[in-house]
Design a protein around this ligand. Structure first.
Ligand code: FPP
Length: 239
């Protein structure tokens, strides 16, 4: 782990809490699902921007473990949107050397979506210009609990005692194992909280909050966030 000042002006990994779709739609007299559709356009645009800008990893909080409590029609629309995105963007991803990965508890998703996600991951596994990590049915606490449980199972199977469970053992069993921690987490639409997103991985991430609704977030906003990040001094707990 780097221990001194900002070792790079450009974050290798940017993560987004894509908030404000509902408010964006309401402000225009549209149904909330129109906000999510517009949000999917923004996803395309930030992926394009990230690749052009040389960002190596992009994580997007698409559906949280708490989002199931939304109206059934909205949940269904979001699942459909995700499925359509994953299938529809496949040719573009392959053409642009973009790898797709998923974090979150897949077991809670429909069998067909599970299959589509696994297929997209498999087809793009060789791509290496940009990793787009989509968090679906994702919750930081849930991910850590599942990782701790898997790590403990591994430890006991190896004949070791529970004391062998350390931070490295848990990190190795997170959904995001092998993906570097985010350098920068950006949340749109004004709220200043993490909402159960990347609780473990974001321990030393820089946080940027913008009032822009996710569907309005554009390249200029992304560039401004990168400029703000470049001016931050990262210390990782040292002086
Ligand atoms: C939060 O806005 C946004 C979501 C719960 C869903 C995010 C999903 C997308 C942007 C669409 C598709 C994603 C991909 C990866 C293709 P909100 O509904 O909570 O907005 P509000 O706080 O204004 O109500």
């Amino acid at each position: 782990m780097p221990v001194s000042e900002n070792d790079s002006a450009l974050p290798a990994h940017v993560a987004f809490i894509m908030d404000g779709n509902g408010r964006w739609a309401k402000e225009r007299g549209l149904p909330r699902t129109s906000g999510h559709q517009a949000g999917a356009e923004t996803v395309r645009q930030v992926v394009t921007f990230a690749r052009k800008r040389g960002i190596r990893y992009l994580t997007l909080y698409a559906f949280s473990t708490e989002n199931w409590s939304r109206p059934a029609a909205e949940v269904a629309a979001l699942m459909k949107l995700l499925s359509r995105f994953v299938k529809g963007e496949m040719p573009t991803m392959l053409k642009n050397d973009i790898r797709m990965r998923v974090i979150g508890d897949r077991a809670g998703l429909s069998k067909s979506l599970q299959h589509e996600l696994a297929s997209a991951e498999e087809k793009t596994a060789h791509c290496a210009s940009l990793d787009v990590v989509i968090a679906i049915n994702y919750g930081g606490r849930d991910e850590i609990a599942r990782a701790a449980s898997a790590a403990m199972r591994h430890i006991l199977l190896e004949g070791k005692t529970p004391e062998a469970l350390d931070a490295n053992a848990i990190a190795a069993h997170l959904d995001s194992a092998g993906i570097p921690d985010p350098d920068l987490i950006i949340r749109t639409a004004g709220e200043k909280r993490l909402s159960n997103f990347l609780l473990w991985q974001g321990a030393y991430a820089e946080l940027i909050f913008t009032d822009r609704r996710w569907p309005d977030f554009d390249d200029t906003d992304f560039e401004a966030a990168l400029a703000e990040y470049a001016g931050r001094v990262r210390k990782f707990g040292t002086v």
